[in-house]
Design a protein around this ligand. Structure first.
Ligand SMILES: [Cu+2]
Length: 179
């Protein structure tokens, strides 16, 4: 049986590039440069950048902080009502610690986050629009403090979006935001 693939004729590898192809190459190079420049502009002026301080912390220290947070807060059926504006949560294989947390809509909180073991994700998704998300990365050894304010009351689900092992898909937490 003969092959359906035929060798091209002549010296095709040194044939000139067509004008149309050259034009598209030029357009893509210019577009790449525009996008590259935009990254610098967005990093300096964009409001989407993650912010808030990060501190070095040992796992045992951070476990203690989350335990203290849980003890200081009020335990309700829905979750923990924090004693003050500081919230301590953590990810571990394969669950979140410190959740669910009951918050007041419109109030600013300082959310402390870390991981007890490996790199995890913390993706926050409102229940009425699960495809909308805010994705954060949690690293062991680092305590990241991010100011957060939930304007609308509702349930905000938290899932891990950094594959961390077999139980990854079972990791779940939630922010219960009330009026
Ligand atoms: Cu995970």
């Amino acid at each position: 049986m003969s092959s359906p693939i035929h060798s091209p004729q002549g010296n095709w590898w040194i044939a000139g590039v067509s004008v149309l192809e050259k034009t598209w190459i030029r357009i893509s190079v210019v577009w790449c440069l525009i996008l590259f420049a935009s990254m610098i502009v967005w990093a300096s002026y964009g409001k989407q950048n993650q912010h808030g301080p990060t501190y070095r912390v040992s796992t045992s220290e951070y476990i203690q902080k989350v335990q203290d947070f849980k003890k200081a807060g009020t335990q309700t059926e829905e979750g923990i009502i924090p004693a003050d504006e500081h919230i301590y949560v953590a990810a571990a294989r394969f669950s979140f610690d410190g959740f669910p947390v009951v918050l007041k809509a419109g109030k600013q909180y300082q959310v402390h986050m870390s991981s007890y073991d490996v790199q995890h994700g913390l993706s926050i998704r409102p229940e009425h629009a699960l495809s909308k998300q805010m994705s954060l990365q949690l690293l062991p050894g680092y305590e990241w403090v991010l100011p957060m304010k939930f304007d609308e009351p509702g349930v905000y689900h938290v899932v891990c979006n950094e594959f961390c092992g077999v139980g990854h898909s079972t990791m779940h937490g939630s922010f219960i935001v009330q009026r």
